[in-house]
Design a protein around this ligand. Structure first.
Ligand SMILES: Nc1ncnc2c1ncn2[C@@H]1O[C@H](COP(=O)(O)OP(=O)(O)OP(=O)(O)O)[C@@H](O)[C@H]1O
Length: 711
């Protein structure tokens, strides 16, 4: 296990938060390449069994979540019959070992009678033997039926909770979702192979059936061993070994408040290089840049530098714990297994006449103890993981309670007195902003007013803060200082959903969703997401219709197919055992499996698609939108397409407010009512094209530079 090293100047403030100002309550240890920070104050090590008590207390606190889960699953009508069958079969399987044990006891009794009286009740022997066989058969059948109920139950419960987790994911705003702690919390609920809820149900059932099995076997064994010389002694001795084994079991799960981070440059580089090699989005540049040899060299160097300790945190913890496993208890456990046999041998020498009976009872005891120890170990193991499972259930429910950083205001928007068709006014009052986790101002004391229905263009060099202005208007982030107003009301007081519905935005770093082209466009306005006429109209306005119609599947095509095909493990081009060449092309052809997962659209085509999504919202006589925001909407368009686009946008906007961010001066700025010229996080100049040219400042300088470039 990792060794404690020294105290770091880090402290826990409340549960789960580090206070960097205090050094006394957080222990730092090394786990491979990971730094593990553990809260020490809260661990009640000075109380005997303190940690166990704390674990039990936490389990008790988690019980309401278990109860909620049981109620939730109980409300799934489609699961009722399956749950009932599952419970009945599990209970049946739990008592079956005791029945088998009873039959074994009867066999022992027959041997006993035979030794003493030299007589065998053949009919009884036949019945008992048959009973034992039937037990084994019935057990197999019940197990089969149980497995058959598990699959549909698992799928239905999984589907129910996946909807719950999906909702928890999509409701988060940007700053909250960007928080790595929140990401881990979400991954814990969704990232696992099977569903937390199904695992919990299985666990609870297993614990119940293990208890039933234990109690029933114990009572049968007591009956069977009654009157057997040394039966109890040998049984007790036989238990020593499984008990010692149980004491050896180590928990890999960590309780309390802890966090781990990796600062090994080599390990971080390795992970980066792995992603670079594995993810499709980097492949174009990897190939074009002829990076293969270089990357292999870099990878090998990083591998050497990272050394043996380079591994995932949980994996390293597990390995390090296993490495430390040779303890005095573990040394004792194996020799203890031999003691019952030695005692038996000694007693056999003492009473040679009763050897056959003792032999049979020894066999019975040992097989029962084996099944016992298996049950005990399993039970203890399950009991250990019950607390983990309870924690997981709690996490599963608590993810829906993660608080969004951007709080909604109460005022509905727009209020009835103003129509959105006339546009929305936007005002920045002394707004400053730093992105979360940074110390640099992205905007500094920015103030401006854009009146209803005006066309505003924000110009400025890279990184001057243009996109940030648009993000703050959408309330993707809230300003660090200052106020933003819409129609004269502080946007913090407006209902945030209303606000985002009233504004349409196209970001510079737009993305395409992993759904079909049609759905991609349709999502621009969820109310009309399935209206194919409207989707086609939006594609036409953005100039995307032509190329979409030429695609093999048109609007049904996936830009980036989210599901990959599977292929047999034999590599293409090799041969099978009898020399048949492995050629996957035939199965691919017959099954019409695609040869690529990506769309192969040009940058300009991608941008037109993104524009179509924006147009969805602004189509028709819609009074839903009062403000249109465009961040570099023409960056990937050719000059003719750009000209067309601006013409269409101006015609489309009617009297709505429109804000553009752009590097290109002229085409748009000439028509703008207001131009904000930004530099280094501040608005340097405000005016229209003529007034700013007259002023002869930054705007006129860059305008002249760009104009010269086209001469
Ligand atoms: N998510 C982010 N986290 C931290 N800093 C950011 C983030 N996004 C932008 N910044 C920083 O904020 C500043 C302003 O960025 P912004 O994107 O608003 O500039 P811009 O004028 O739109 O640039 P460009 O013309 O290149 O699009 C930059 O210094 C940038 O590095």
């Amino acid at each position: 296990m990792a060794k404690g090293r020294r105290r770091q100047p880090v402290k826990v403030k409340g549960k789960g938060a580090f206070d960097p100002d205090n050094a006394s309550t957080v222990k730092l240890s090394k786990v491979g390449v990971w730094d593990l920070y553990e809260e020490t104050q809260a661990k009640p090590k000075w109380i005997p069994w303190g940690e166990k008590l704390e674990e039990l207390y936490e389990m008790k606190q988690n019980l309401p979540f278990l109860w909620r889960m049981i109620k939730d699953i109980g409300s799934l009508r489609s699961c009722w019959f399956l749950l009932f069958s599952y419970a009945v079969l599990s209970s049946f399987l739990a008592v079956l070992p005791a029945v088998a044990l009873w039959y074994s006891g009867q066999l022992l009794h027959i041997v006993e009678v035979a030794v003493e009286s030299r007589q065998v009740d053949k009919q009884f022997l036949f019945r008992v033997a048959l009973g034992r066989m039937v037990c084994a058969l019935v057990r197999r059948l019940a197990q089969h039926l149980l497995n058959r109920t598990k699959l549909p139950l698992d799928q239905r419960i999984k589907a129910h909770y996946s909807a719950h987790i999906f909702e928890a994911y999509v409701r988060l705003d940007l700053p909250t979702y960007e928080d790595p702690l929140v990401r881990r919390q979400l991954e814990a609920a969704w990232g696992t192979r099977s569903s937390v809820a199904w695992d919990a149900i299985q666990l609870v059932t297993e614990v119940f059936s293990t208890t039933v099995s234990l109690v029933s076997q114990l009572s049968v064994l007591r009956n069977v061993l009654r009157g057997q010389r040394d039966g109890l002694l040998i049984a007790c001795l036989s238990f020593c070994s499984p008990l010692l084994s149980w004491m050896r079991i180590q928990r890999f799960f960590m309780r309390g408040v802890w966090a781990a981070t990796c600062r090994s440059k080599a390990y971080i580089k390795l992970q980066g290089l792995k992603r670079l090699a594995a993810e499709t989005m980097y492949r174009k540049e990897l190939v074009a840049g002829n990076l293969a040899k270089f990357l292999v060299k870099e990878y090998n160097e990083a591998l050497d530098e990272a050394g043996d300790n380079a591994g995932d945190f949980q994996e390293m913890r597990r390995k390090l714990m296993q490495r430390d496993r040779l303890t005095s208890i573990s040394l004792l456990a194996d020799p203890m297994k031999e003691i019952p046999l030695i005692v038996f041998a000694l007693r056999a020498v003492q009473y040679p006449a009763s050897i056959p009976i003792s032999l049979a009872s020894l066999n019975l005891i040992q097989s029962t103890v084996n099944s016992f120890s298996h049950s005990i170990l399993y039970f203890v193991d399950q009991f250990g993981s019950i607390s983990e499972q309870f924690d997981s259930i709690r996490k599963l429910y608590e993810i829906t309670n993660i608080k969004n950083t951007i709080a909604s205001g109460r005022i509905p928007f727009p209020d009835n007195s103003r129509k959105l068709q006339d546009g929305i006014s936007v005002e920045f009052r002394n707004v400053s902003f730093k992105y979360p986790g940074t110390d640099v101002y992205a905007l500094r004391d920015v103030s401006f007013v854009i009146e209803q229905g005006q066309l505003c263009v924000i110009v400025g060099v890279n990184g001057s803060g243009k996109s940030t202005v648009l993000k703050l208007i959408m309330r993707l982030y809230d300003p660090t200082e200052g106020t933003i107003l819409m129609n004269g009301i502080a946007i913090k007081d407006l209902n945030v959903d209303d606000l985002r519905s009233a504004v349409s935005v196209l970001f510079q770093d737009y993305t395409h969703f992993p759904v079909t082209i049609g759905e991609n466009i349709g999502m621009g306005d969820p109310d009309f997401a399935h209206d194919s006429d409207r989707i086609e109209q939006a594609a036409k306005l953005s100039g995307a219709l032509d190329f979409i119609q030429k695609r093999p599947d048109g609007f049904e095509e996936y830009l980036d197919r989210p599901v990959s095909d599977y292929y047999s493990t034999l590599p293409e081009g090799t041969k099978t055992l009898f020399g048949r060449p492995v050629d996957l092309s035939k199965v691919r052809h017959v099954g019409r499996l695609s040869t690529t997962n990506s769309s192969g659209l040009s940058g300009g085509q991608m941008q037109r698609l993104a524009l179509s999504r924006t147009f969805m919202k602004s189509l028709g006589e819609s009074d839903k939108i009062g403000l249109l925001l465009f961040d570099e909407p023409s960056a990937s368009l050719d000059p003719a397409a750009e000209h067309d686009l601006f013409e269409r946008l101006r015609a489309l906007r009617g009297s709505k407010t429109m804000i553009f961010s752009s590097h290109r001066y002229g085409n748009l700025t000439r028509h703008a009512d207001v131009i904000l010229c930004m530099c280094d996080s501040v608005v340097e100049e405000i005016g229209n094209h003529e007034s700013l040219l007259k002023k002869g400042g930054t705007y006129s300088e860059i305008y002249s530079l760009q104009a010269q470039a086209f001469l």
